[in-house]
Design a protein around this ligand. Sequence first.
Ligand code: LMR
Length: 408
Amino acid sequence: MFQHLDPYAGDPILSLNEAFQKDPRADKVNLSIGIYFDEQGRIPVLDSVRQAEAQMLAEGGTKSYLPIEGSAAMRGAVQGLLFGPGHEALASGRVATLQTVGSSGGLKVGADFIQRWLPGSAVWVSDPTWDNHRAMFEGAGLQVHTYPYYDAGDASASPPRQGGGLRFDAMLATLRTLPARSVVLLHACCHNPTGVDLSPAQWQALVPVLRERDLLPYLDLAYQGYGDGIEADAHAVRLLADSGMTFFVANSFSKSMSVYGERAGALSVVCADAAEATLVLGQMKATVRRNYSSPGLHAAGIVSRVLTDATLRPQWEAEVAAMRERIAKMRRQLHDLLAARRPGDDFSYFLSQRGMFSYTGLSPAQVDRLRDEFGVYLVRSGRMCVAGLNSGNVERTAAAMSAVLGTA
Ligand code: LMR
């Protein structure tokens, strides 16, 4: 029956993480998957999350199904987190929010909805973007194209031109050519894989272009709190909501609450008015029912409690700040170690890039050498998850990187 199947080539990120787990070397370093590891190299369970779970256990409660759109408490809490409590878009009821199975679940439900209700709209993603974006939207039957984003520099120019920034003018120029109702996927903060974000002024300049061309922004907010802070990282969401545009935002708690396996996320669609939001929520529910019926109860309990409890909320905010600050410290340490080893090279990108990831510019061959010779795992695009560094592995990482940098 299935002998004709193509073998699965594996996922570029998840397969690497599996290979890392199987690697017998004791001093291996996992800088591949986007997971925050603490100073001891463990995935932390936040105290705020543990306490929320203890409350849930103590209260008992049922294990009934959630509604298709998820828990009302979680959906309301997510709206406050994203838009700020009392935002006009919330007060006027024009935001349709569903709890989803991680933000991946939200992205896919949104993609299915677009394919059904805006057929013919193509999706435009940044070059580069998270490996799975293209697969997800194409999987929903949509065409996917890229807009210019990351400036990789030009090694063949004389003298070689260092990249590392954003091709903002080229990005705007491309967006100005798109047909109305094209979907533009944007990373709200902590761009994956480059760590290069739009500045607030660039977001401000982007919004009129999106509006004039009647484009449909689709924000992916997977790293809220890892850039400049929980509120600051919602900047793009609030700017678009203030503009009155219709847009999507898929957000995740995997990283911000360190609850990866709970699959806690949401999808919000900001509409023109409450009547449109009701229609959108209805068709989103139909999409979910056909896919996985309803999201998980435990995820909803954790997120709604942590976001709304007067004790847990500030505790969580402090825990997010500590994770963000530890990453910044590791960025600085790796930068300083590399700068000392290779004074001729520019490693300032480690300091300017935001969030979990840095784009190192290492070639696939150099990444392979790092893994094979030194047990240091990066994604083959050269993406490093700096949140996997700690004071016990940063020197090894700098030494290994410095060794391979001398090679092609
Ligand atoms: C990543 O980019 O490494 C994370 O978002 C995990 C994933 O699912 O790819």
